[in-house]
Design a protein around this ligand. Structure first.
Ligand SMILES: [Zn+2]
Length: 412
C-alpha cells in the first residue's frame, strides 16, 4: 500500500502528472514560456504550497518555493529545469524540481529544523530548444545574464523578450535578480545520469565530481580531386584519408587519457561521388573533460597532430577552436557531505563526472555547487523511454534530506 511517506512513489506519481503537461506528440515536449510551462508551474506551485513553502515566480520565469530559516540566516538552493527537449522524457530536469519539494515535506514531517533557509528552484529553460540561448534563470541569479539574448527569436520569429512579456514576466527586471554570494550557502541539483555508469555499477545514486568543460574545433582538410580509376595512388592528395587519420587520433587520444571524451560527430565530403577522390573533408572535433588542463593539452596535441598529418600528405588544414566552456568543479565540502548522505541510504557514494551541461554549470558562478545523479534505465535520456525508478527516487529523497541535515552540522 502506498503511504504519504512513500517518497519515491509520490515522486513517480507527480512526474507522471507533469508528463501530461506537454505539447502534442510522443513523449514530453515542454518548452519555456508556453501554456505547458504555465500549467507545470501551477501544479508545482500547488505542491510547494502544500509543503509549506512561500511561492513566487521571479522575472526570469524561475518558480521559487522558499522554506524560511532563522532570522538573518543564509539560504541553500536546490533545483533544476522544468523544460524538456522536443519529444523528450518525463525525468530530465523536472525530476530535480519534484524531489526537493518532497525532501522539504519529509523534513517538516520529521520535525527537522535547519539553521538556514532553503529554496527550491524550477528554472524555465536549460535545454535551449525554443530559443538559441539557455540558462536565463541561473545566470540571472549568478549575475552573468546578458540582456542581449532577449532579442533572440524562436522559429516563429517571436523574440525572447516578447515571449517572456506574454508569460507575464518583466524582462527588464532580470538583471536585478542577482543574488549576494555571501547570502547563498550552495546549490544542489539532482538529475538523471543520462549515461550508463550507475546502472552498470548497480548503484541507485552517484555523486558528481565536476561538470566537464567542452571545446569544439571545426576542421576543413583540403586536397585535390581526381578520377578514382585514373589517378595513381602515389599521386593522390585525398582529403578524406587525412580526415580518417584525424578521427582515429581523436579516438586513440581520448581512450588513452582518463576522463577525456573525444568525438567527431559530423563529417562531410566533397565532391562526394563514388568514383571521385575526395578533395575536401569537413568535420567537427569535440573534446570534454572534468579537468580543464587535460582538455586544453589534448586540444593542442590534436592540432599539432593534424598539422603534421596534413603536411605529410600534401593537404591543407584549417582547424581553430570555435567554442570553449571551462569545467565547473563541484565543491569539495558539499560533495563530501553528499557522499556521506548517499552512504547513509546504503549506496557506495560512487563519484563520477558529468559529461553534460546542467543548470549547476551556471550556478557555479554564484556559489559552491554539488550534484546528485540518479541511475536511469539503459542510460537513456532526451527520449520518451527515459526512466528512473520510484525506489531510486525514494533513496534520492532520503539522501538529499540527510545531506541538508549533514551540512547543517558543519561549521559555516
Ligand atoms: Zn537536464
Amino acid at each position: 500500500m502506498k503511504t504519504e511517506r512513500d517518497w519515491g512513489a509520490r515522486a513517480a506519481d507527480r512526474l507522471a502528472a507533469l508528463a501530461e503537461l506537454s505539447a502534442p506528440g510522443p513523449g514530453v515536449t515542454r518548452l519555456p514560456f508556453t501554456p505547458e510551462h504555465r500549467a507545470a508551474l501551477d501544479l508545482i506551485g500547488s505542491w510547494m504550497t502544500e509543503a509549506g513553502l512561500d511561492v513566487h515566480i521571479d522575472a526570469a520565469g524561475t518558480l521559487i518555493g522558499r522554506r524560511e530559516g532563522p532570522p538573518g540566516a543564509a539560504t541553500f538552493l536546490i533545483g533544476s529545469h522544468q523544460d524538456s527537449v522536443r519529444e523528450g522524457g518525463a525525468f530530465d530536469g523536472i525530476m530535480g524540481v519534484v524531489l526537493p519539494i518532497l525532501v522539504l515535506e519529509k523534513l517538516r514531517a520529521d520535525g527537522v529544523d535547519l539553521p538556514f533557509a532553503v529554496e527550491v528552484l524550477a528554472f524555465a529553460d536549460e535545454e535551449g530548444v525554443r530559443f538559441p540561448t539557455a540558462l536565463i534563470g541561473p545566470r540571472a541569479l549568478a549575475g552573468t545574464f546578458d540582456p542581449a539574448v532577449l532579442d533572440m527569436q524562436d522559429a516563429e520569429g517571436k523574440t525572447l523578450r516578447a515571449a517572456m512579456r506574454e508569460f507575464g514576466l518583466d524582462p527588464d527586471a532580470i538583471t536585478a535578480l542577482k543574488r549576494d554570494p555571501a547570502r547563498i550557502i550552495g546549490y544542489l541539483e539532482a538529475h538523471i545520469e543520462q549515461g550508463p555508469v550507475l546502472e552498470a555499477e548497480a548503484e541507485a545514486l552517484g555523486v558528481v565530481t565536476a561538470i566537464c568543460g567542452i571545446e569544439r574545433h571545426p576542421v576543413v582538410i583540403s586536397g585535390e580531386t581526381g578520377h578514382a580509376g585514373t589517378l595513381p595512388m602515389h599521386m593522390r592528395r585525398d582529403a578524406l584519408v587525412g580526415a580518417a587519420a584525424l578521427v582515429g587520433e581523436v579516438d586513440r587520444m581520448a581512450r588513452a587519457e582518463p576522463g577525456l571524451l573525444g568525438t567527431v560527430g559530423t563529417l562531410s565530403v566533397l565532391p562526394g561521388a563514388v568514383n571521385a577522390v575526395p578533395r575536401e573533408a569537413r568535420l567537427t572535433v569535440e573534446l570534454r573533460a572534468p579537468d580543464d588542463a587535460v582538455r586544453e593539452r589534448a586540444g593542442q596535441a590534436l592540432r599539432a597532430f593534424a598539422e603534421s598529418m596534413a603536411a605529410e600528405r600534401g593537404l591543407t588544414l584549417s582547424m581553430q577552436r570555435s567554442y570553449h566552456q571551462p569545467a565547473a568543479p563541484c565543491d569539495r565540502g558539499l560533495t563530501d557531505a553528499l557522499v556521506q548522505a548517499v552512504r547513509s541510504t546504503g549506496g557506495k557514494g560512487l563519484a563520477l563526472p558529468s559529461g553534460a551541461t546542467h543548470d549547476a554549470s551556471a550556478m557555479a558562478d554564484l556559489c559552491p555547487i554539488a550534484m546528485l545523479f540518479l541511475r536511469c534505465a539503459g542510460g537513456v535520456s532526451h527520449r520518451p523511454e527515459e526512466h528512473a525508478s520510484a525506489a531510486d527516487m525514494g533513496k534520492a529523497v532520503d539522501a538529499m534530506a540527510a545531506f541538508l541535515q549533514g551540512i547543517a552540522t558543519q561549521p559555516a
